[in-house]
Design a protein. Structure first.
Length: 578
């Protein structure tokens, strides 16, 4: 036992604490009752943030990953919690986002003294803590089956957030999410079983030592990857995401978009970079990035075509998820074909963190705009900037951060990916990264143009702005820019030396200009049947074609076939290069 315990690093006890603190807080809140659930959640969030900061400080002090052996049983019989650089970065980022979302939710899900107890506030706070603890387990676990348990916990905590109001429409959306997520779980579990049969272990470190090229291994990688993509809602497996956001409260949408999808994405990273870095090969990595490219194009165009702000931000999430998968072909070692933990991986993790902070802020801003105007119809946003100035500013900051404009965290991630694409000669990803910024700029420009327009009559806020919500929303949006100065490791020489040069400023102006043109052409107008020129008619035809394709892809038979087809493609591409 002493030998096993010695394998745990100094500060290793902080790792189980990061998982247990949210769950202990949830149990205490259940015991103490609905009147105290918000107070217990607040104390738990503070404690969880403290644990995350302590993990960061301890890892920096020992200059090595943290490990903790659970139950004094070493793998393969036991389980080890591991916190390396990407896991630690995600732990801290998610903790900070939970703080911001919690502050915002205190305005929507509070139970004032003397007011009757309601179900939604109690359930929301319990689920927020459950999602947080489950995600921490996703980041720290080094065992495929424990990761499966963590994934299911994330799913079962995330699904009820969709239908907090109990309406039929939101219940249908929640069931849609649940069923497709469970389908993804079946594929993941099948892959884990195949890995165990091939290697005799589920520990990621041991799989990396024992896994070899074989049909069963390729089937395991393909099935697990496809299942995780279904949970992440990567195009074309996104059938559950837009309806899930349509009726969910803003504080719930912020959790679903900023937090929930990060768990399954991170497990894809663990699988490809740590468990089998040498096996997927370049063709499978290109396919994974191609799915991301499809998400970027389709998600951004569909965001432009939405009438409601929440659905616009939801389709923006579909697009931004695509960026997370562009790093895979750019991380390949040209000599060996193995995935390297280098600048491309740093870019992907930084992109995930930037998306978490910016997208949470944008959903929260959408909620504040709805409260101020009494609706979220983009065509009727004239005067929104005066009625809800903090919300419109936060939305603008979050949107600009997602464009990859100086000095956002996404800008650093974009520069790292562009540098990797240039070094590897993969020019097509360079073109996509540059064009994707313009597509993102299009819907941000569209919303701001409508919000800054002069209304025909003065617009008075329907509800006074909540200062706590405004501060939390603005803080998360601003944090998306601070990330540029808090990178995850050393950067290539000269990468950011000219961040504010005339070249970069011209590139920013070009992105905004192209975005304005795309917004004018593809953006939905109040009267879609009004006479239009050839260019506008062509753009409208393209937009409607994308809408029709999205409607088809989000049907159950097509989504199921897509899941099977993606699995088969991954297996075939991996086997073909051997």
């Amino acid at each position: 036992m002493s030998a096993v315990l010695a394998a745990s690093t100094p500060g290793g006890l902080l790792l189980p604490a990061a998982v247990l603190v949210p769950f202990v807080g949830m149990m205490l809140a259940l015991v103490l009752g609905a009147r105290n659930v918000q107070r217990v959640a607040a104390l738990t969030i503070v404690a969880g943030l403290g644990v995350a900061i302590a993990i960061v400080a301890t890892a920096a002090q020992i200059a090595a990953p943290l490990e903790y052996v659970l139950g004094a049983w070493a793998p393969p019989l036991g389980i080890v919690l591991r916190a390396d650089g990407p896991a630690i970065a995600m732990l801290l980022a998610i903790a900070v986002v939970v703080v911001g979302v919690g502050l915002y939710a205190s305005g929507d899900f509070a139970t004032p003294k003397g007011a009757p107890e309601e179900r939604a506030p109690t359930v929301y706070w319990l689920l927020l803590l459950a999602v947080w603890g489950s995600l921490n387990l996703c980041f720290l676990s080094g065992d495929l089956f424990t990761l499966y348990v963590a994934l299911e916990l994330v799913t079962f905590a995330g699904v009820p957030l969709v239908c907090l109001d109990g309406k039929g429409e939101t219940l249908r959306a929640a069931l849609r999410y649940l069923v497709f997520a469970l389908a993804g779980s079946i594929f993941y579990l099948l892959g884990a079983v195949l890995f165990y049969g091939e290697t005799g272990t589920l520990d990621i470190t041991m799989i990396a030592e024992r896994a070899h090229a074989s049909p069963a291994t390729f089937a395991a990688i393909g099935a697990m990857t496809a299942g995780l993509l279904a949970k992440t809602a990567l195009f074309p497996l996104h059938l559950w995401l837009p309806p899930a956001h349509a009726g969910a409260p803003p504080a719930a949408s912020a959790v679903l978009s900023a937090l929930v999808v990060k768990g399954s994405f991170f497990i894809v990273v663990r699988l490809w970079f740590d468990a089998v870095p040498a096996l997927p090969g370049p063709a499978a990595a290109q396919l994974l990035a191609a799915l991301g490219a499809g998400a970027i194009v389709v998600g951004n165009v569909l965001a432009l075509r939405q009438e409601r702000l929440k659905l616009l931000v939801a389709y923006s999430t579909v697009a931004q998820i695509g960026y997370l998968f562009l790093m895979f072909p750019l991380a390949l070692d040209p000599a060996t074909g193995a995935l390297l933990r280098g600048d491309a991986l740093t870019a992907g993790i930084l992109q995930a963190i930037s998306h978490a902070t910016a997208k949470a802020a944008m959903f929260m801003a959408a909620g504040m705009i709805y409260a101020a105007l009494g609706h979220d119809r983009i065509a009727d946003f004239a005067g929104a900037a005066r009625a809800a100035p903090a919300a419109v500013l936060a939305f603008a900051l979050g949107g600009v951060a997602l464009m990859g404009i100086v000095p956002s965290g996404a800008y650093v991630a974009k520069k790292l990916l562009l540098d990797a694409a240039d070094a590897s000669g993969q020019w097509w990803w360079t073109a996509l990264l540059q064009g994707g910024g313009a597509l993102t700029a299009a819907y941000v420009v569209l919303v701001l143009f409508r919000a800054l327009a002069r209304p025909q009559e003065p617009v008075a806020p329907k509800k006074p702005a909540d200062r706590t919500q405004a501060v939390a929303t603005l803080a998360l949006a601003a944090l998306s820019f601070v990330l540029a100065f808090a990178t995850l490791g050393p950067l290539p020489d000269g990468l950011l030396s000219s961040a504010f040069s005339s070249k970069e400023l011209l590139a920013t102006a070009a992105i905004l200009g192209a975005g304005a043109l795309l917004a004018a052409g593809l953006g939905r107008r109040r009267d879609e049947t009004a006479p239009a020129g050839f260019a506008r008619r062509t753009a409208l035809g393209i937009g409607r074609a994308f809408e029709c394709a999205d409607t088809m892809l989000r049907r159950w038979p097509v989504a199921g076939i897509s899941l099977l087809a993606i699995t088969s493609l991954f297996v075939a591409l991996m086997a073909a290069v051997r």
